[in-house]
Design a protein around this ligand. Structure first.
Ligand code: GRF
Length: 196
């Protein structure tokens, strides 16, 4: 399975996936490319250090569809079969979603369908929630919607700030994302066996 990862920033989830593929924890796969829509994304250097091809494809004032078409072409050129969004801060156009039906997944730092969108941890704390967590889900055209693949709960403590809560959740995100990709691979290889 060839995997393409899209980032906009730090790239810690991307690193977790690249390392799990490299160590064989995610078997039978390869990270074919890491694409960022931001030239200054810190994750780019982390991917390059790990020997993964990196590309910067900025929007540059273009329409969303034009930008997405360039990314889709880059993914297709490399034979990517599974697209992992890892802190990619743009909404995908229908063109992008339809180019990889049920083959785009995302990680979001809340227990979806609760708290989609931005400023999640601020809102979770303000609402007095005792539990939050992270969700890996298939990407459909609506923001942070699409069938859930895996969730992991994380406690919210009295006195948590968005930073402390975000750090506690991030620790769980990395393993959750790896598990979710393994789950998808297992489903796909079962489908393959049934077809043969
Ligand atoms: C993570 O919290 C992820 O859930 C959200 O954006 C953040 C990205 O962090 N979508 P990183 O770039 O993977 O370190």
């Amino acid at each position: 399975m060839k995997i393409g990862i899209l980032i906009s920033g730090r790239g810690s989830n991307m690193v977790a996936l690249v390392e799990a593929v490299g160590s064989g924890e995610i078997p039978g796969s390869e990270v074919a490319v890491v694409i960022s829509d931001k030239a200054d994304a810190a994750g780019l250097a982390k991917a390059a250090e790990r020997g993964v091809e990196t590309l910067v494809i900025e929007r540059n004032g273009r329409k969303r569809e034009e930008h997405d078409a360039e990314i889709v072409a880059a993914l297709n050129d490399r034979g990517v079969e599974l697209v992992c969004l890892a802190g990619y801060m743009r909404l995908l156009s229908p063109l992008f979603v339809q180019a990889f039906p049920d083959r785009i997944i995302n990680i979001h730092p809340s227990l979806l369908p609760a708290y989609p969108g931005l400023n999640v941890h601020e809102r979770v704390i303000a609402a007095g929630e005792k539990t939050s967590g992270c969700t890996v889900h298939f990407v459909h055209e609506d923001l942070d919607a699409g069938p859930i693949i895996l969730q992991r709960e994380v406690p919210v403590f009295d006195g948590d700030t968005p930073e402390t809560l975000s750090a506690r959740i991030l620790e769980q995100e990395h393993g959750t994302y790896v598990e979710a990709v393994k789950k998808i691979l297992a489903t796909k290889s079962n489908e393959q066996t049934e077809r043969n």
